[in-house]
Design a protein around this ligand. Sequence first.
Ligand code: ADP
Ligand code: MG
Length: 334
Amino acid sequence: MEAWELPVCLNLYLSKLNLVKGLDNLNEHQIIKEYFSDVGSAYLAEHGIRVSVGDDAAVLSPPKGKESVISVDTSIEGVHFLKAMNASDIAYRSVSVALSDLAACGATPSWFTLALSLEDYDPIWLSGFRRGLEDISSELKIPLIGGDTTKGNLSITVQVGGYVEKGKALTRKGAKVGDLIYLTGTIGEASSALESIKKDNLVDLKKSRYLRPKIRFGVSNKLKGIASSAIDVSDGLFQDLNHICTASKVGANVYLEKIPTFLSKSLSSEEMNKGDDYEILFTSDKTNKEKIEGISKQEKIPICEIGLIIKGYEVQIITPEGDFLKASSGFQHF
Ligand code: ADP
Ligand code: MG
């Protein structure tokens, strides 16, 4: 017998049953309980968070002598991640890229929230997504303290919060003529991983630099009082350096051959400017050279000197032959 042949009241009864029990119809509150409660709840107390997911709002006490640092980032399919990626990598990456802004400020991360818009209820996808949230949460020992869950095109907004000693936050403003320009890690690996993901539609561990960016909290924490300005490299090395120049009202000379690329590949200036690197780009007075070398050794992260802050207002790229290149624009959102 087909459903339409059943009496109307029985049909209504069955659909109601399905609404409660059927996995297709879990309501928003059940989804929140199942997938977003207790992510990193073991770390709530140590971050002074008294009320978290499940109440109207989170309640937290900031540590004495510190300032709050807050940032938010939205990740959209096809722009910030690809459908071919595992839900766990999508979750990890969305939180990680948001945290990168805290590292750029020299802040220690403390919590995150998640505003999620989902196309439908897919328990397998959501379980994977929760695993990715748990991975980053336990790696950095930070809890998920709230959010919002709605139906719509897949969109992931992550807000992150952390703390920094009063007055010590690193900003884009503060680079001075004569300062050296430094970069952590290497450039180009994530954008080349992204290209191969797009090409072969395979998502494997070798592409982890794109899938699961590691944020340089160890280094950035030690740069307070040493860096005169800092930014994270998200939209492209030269574009992000340009942000420092604009905010600090200075110019920059960068030397192409000094820029550390992954596996020492020879990349064009366009390829170096593709973004997604999530390294820290900073400036510092010449007298801090040894301290910076020390931080690099302690944290086991290469930190390379790539240029010099000069008078002016723009970024100039200098080739090994001594020619000047104008920086191409990096990733453009619009
Ligand atoms: P309200 O209607 O009061 O805004 P919600 O039903 O939206 O409450 O959320 C209930 C609780 O679940 C809140 O504590 C909220 O922060 C949390 N929450 C909702 N969605 C998410 C999510 N995607 N991740 C984490 N917490 C969430
Ligand atoms: Mg809400």
